[in-house]
Design a protein around this ligand. Structure first.
Ligand SMILES: [Zn+2]
Length: 237
């Protein structure tokens, strides 16, 4: 992918961030700074502390997306499929594999380990906040526990969102793996991608009536589903 900057190498895999990060990261930090407690730091004083926590939360959020991607990559390497690079984007990351896993059981496991890692991170952080936060409620507590709560909460949401059984979510890969045991790989991909597109259209319609964010996510899902379908067809034919 063009316009990406390599920031690290882990397990020998280049980790790249897209240049849009230079806008996206401050934007997320700003969202955390203006959101009221417990989902942001709007009431935290002094102001420098508020922005420091907001920025740290944004950076740690992307770090947890990286852990999610690395968990996919780690299993992929163990299964003998190389990973060309990991790119971190706006809503998530993409692990570019060298070739496709064609063993349904392995593909399902590899897809599942990402949401599983997000879920574990999320539950651990929420549990830490629940057990150790001395305040009566997170919203009244200090900024450190607020940060732990926000990161835990978003990681749980990310895990559940990724389990939706439609491309391009990890759940789409799990679904394709299940379908692929009964039909060929291309047909299974088409079915999972079609489900993704239907879901995206429904979300888009609901989003137009309710939330702008939902429309953005719907466009992201539609494009991802189409890309997955195109890629698999070009591999096959
Ligand atoms: Zn994933």
């Amino acid at each position: 992918m063009g316009n990406s900057i390599q920031i690290a190498r882990i397990f020998g895999i280049p980790i790249k961030i897209h240049v849009s990060f230079l806008i996206v990261l401050p934007f997320f930090a700003w969202v955390f700074a203006v959101q009221p407690e417990p989902y942001g730091f709007a009431g935290t004083q002094p102001e420098t502390l508020r922005y420091a926590f907001a920025l740290a939360t944004a950076i740690l959020l992307f770090a947890s997306v990286l852990v999610h991607e690395l968990s996919h990559s780690y299993l992929s390497l163990r299964y003998g499929t190389g990973i060309r690079e990991i790119s971190l984007y706006l809503i998530g990351g993409v692990s570019a594999m060298e070739g496709e896993l064609r063993d349904p059981a392995k593909e399902a496991t590899m897809a599942f380990v990402g949401p599983l890692s997000s879920l574990i991170i999320g539950i651990v952080l929420l549990a830490v906040n629940y057990l150790f936060n001395p305040a009566a409620s997170t919203a009244e507590g200090n900024a450190l526990f607020m940060m732990i709560f926000i990161l835990g909460y978003i990681n749980v949401i990310l895990a559940l969102f990724n389990l939706i059984p439609a491309f391009p979510m990890d759940g789409g890969r799990i679904l394709r793996a299940l379908l692929a045991s009964r039909m060929n790989f291309v047909e299974a991909t088409e079915k999972a991608a079609t489900l993704g597109k239907i879901l995206a259209l429904l979300m888009g319609v609901v989003g137009l009536l309710t939330s702008f964010w939902l429309v953005i996510i719907a466009i992201f899902i539609y494009m991802g589903a189409s890309a997955e379908e195109r890629q698999v067809k070009s591999l096959r034919y």
